[in-house]
Design a protein around this ligand. Structure first.
Ligand SMILES: [Zn+2]
Length: 111
């Protein structure tokens, strides 16, 4: 798997450098198998855009830049604690949350 949050097309381009006969459909099936096995996860992206994948299955959030389509990992234990405490206090009817992943949309600034 490529680092970051590649599309299936980007993974396919990398794969065919070594195995030119592998089809995009095969890459999609392999990625879906990785997702089902918990080795990769799908990442939300812009509507209509290609599916993105993340080989980092650790709990983290994503900052999505609508200008560049870049997805930036965001880790913040304080935010994680805040979310867990919120749902523990609020409770959800007939649902027990196991993990949390925020998808924050915005524009990457210059700081
Ligand atoms: Zn990520």
């Amino acid at each position: 798997m490529l680092p970051g949050h590649p599309t299936a097309e980007q993974v396919h381009r990398r794969v065919v450098e070594q195995e030119p006969t592998v089809s995009l459909g095969t890459v999609y099936k392999a990625l879906d198998s990785f997702v089902a096995a918990g080795l990769t996860r799908r990442v939300a992206s812009a509507e209509g855009a290609s599916r993105r994948y993340d080989a980092d299955c650790s709990e983290h959030h994503h900052l999505f830049c609508t200008d560049t389509q870049e997805i930036i990992d965001y880790c913040d234990p304080q935010l994680d604690l805040l979310i867990r405490e919120f749902f523990a206090a609020r409770g959800l009817k007939n649902f027990q949350p196991h993990s949390f992943s925020l998808h924050v949309t915005g524009v990457k600034g210059k700081n």
